[in-house]
Design a protein around this ligand. Structure first.
Ligand code: PLP
Length: 346
């Protein structure tokens, strides 16, 4: 079957594309940790897995994941963006949750094997194949509340995704949460399920009350990040974002943007900053969310407790945000060279 036919099966030609993450690729890779060591991995057809209802992850939240993308370039090759950084972060997450750390080589082999097997299911750019390695604790004991899981499973899922901004980039409406934390302050840098569960209450409450898209967590008045994306302030020649600490996720998109920004004429400042400083910045500056899914999404409105609204710049996605986003997308899609080691060809 030629590639074109395969595409039409996974990428409907209609204008309504499936929502992000709702379509899975046909193959997944699975490896197990037992008796102190990792098995070799196997490729399986995507589908249900059977685990004990007493599994550690189901009771005590020993779960973590990664999220990154492989792009189809104009020459037909499939290229994974910054795989090494995502694997390193996955190992850091495992360490943080005291879970078995898979070797870099094992995860890389699983990811590349899945990408290779489902290469015909990778949509054309700006679509991509979203890669979702996940690690969770097993072992049939519900007595493990204060012990790490003895067994674990590592699965690499893949999901074809289409253009996030198919109907044009829309400026986001963000609630500024100045009290609640997104998660425990020592786990912000860990990509673990419990953090998203912890953020769900405040996020749903703000959505209902203020009709916002996301919540920007600023506990104690210090700006951190939203539920699943980092936060950047941008203006002519300048980017300001919070310096890395344990309270928030160290995004690879954030790192990529900060790395290419100087060449685009931006001076990068990484430090703690307050809500007051942010409100001052957005009088004539821009604000944006960074993450693998949307790359860089412009913020149009900030909403504060009680419902007062602050327009960010013009209220639309700003020109500097667009320029940064397009520059990174061009690298991800193989239109311009990246710094060394950023892409893995499959
Ligand atoms: C995944 C994630 C990000 C973005 O990380 P990227 O590596 O850029 O995709 C930011 N914040 C949170 C809470 C996340 O889960």
């Amino acid at each position: 079957m030629n590639a074109q036919v395969m595409h039409s099966r996974t990428a409907p030609a209609t204008t309504t594309r499936p929502a992000f993450g709702t379509v899975m690729a046909s193959t997944m890779a699975v490896a197990s940790f037992r008796d102190g060591k990792w098995s070799t991995h196997e490729l399986r057809k995507y589908g249900p897995i059977e685990i004990s209802p007493a599994a550690h992850a189901l009771h005590y939240g020993s779960t973590l994941f990664e999220g990154f993308k492989a792009y189809r370039w104009a020459d037909g090759s499939i290229n994974i963006f910054r795989m090494d950084r995502h694997i390193a972060r996955m190992r850091q997450s495992a360490q943080g949750l005291v879970m078995p750390e898979p070797d870099v080589a094992l995860v890389a082999a699983m990811v590349t094997a899945v990408v290779d097997r489902v290469r015909n299911e990778v949509p054309e750019a700006p679509g991509a194949l979203y890669l979702r390695p996940m690690l969770f604790g097993l072992g049939a004991s519900i007595g493990g509340a204060s012990a790490p899981p003895a067994e674990a499973m590592l699965i690499v899922l893949a999901s074809p995704v289409w253009d996030y901004f198919a109907s044009g980039p829309k400026a986001l409406r963000i609630y500024v949460e100045e009290k609640a934390t997104r998660c425990a302050s020592h786990l912000g840098m860990i990509k673990t399920g419990g953090n998203y569960a912890a953020a769900m209450g405040p996020t749903m409450a703000a959505r209902q009350k203020y009709q916002v898209d996301q919540v920007l967590f600023c506990p104690g008045g210090e700006v951190q990040e939203t539920g699943a994306a980092n936060f950047l302030l941008i203006k002519e020649g300048k980017i300001l974002t919070r310096s890395l600490d344990t309270t928030f996720l160290h995004g690879v998109t954030r790192d990529s943007l900060l790395t290419i920004a100087p060449d685009l004429g931006f001076k990068v400042e990484e430090r703690v900053f307050t809500v007051e400083e942010m409100l001052d910045w957005v009088k004539d500056g821009e604000a944006a969310l960074s993450g693998t899914a949307a790359v860089l999404a412009g913020v149009g409105t900030l909403v504060r407790i009680g419902g007062s609204e602050i327009k960010v710049g013009s209220g639309e996605v700003g020109p500097h945000t667009r320029r940064l986003r397009n520059a990174l997308l061009a690298m991800q899609q193989g239109e311009v060279p990246t710094p060394a080691g950023w892409t893995t060809r499959v």
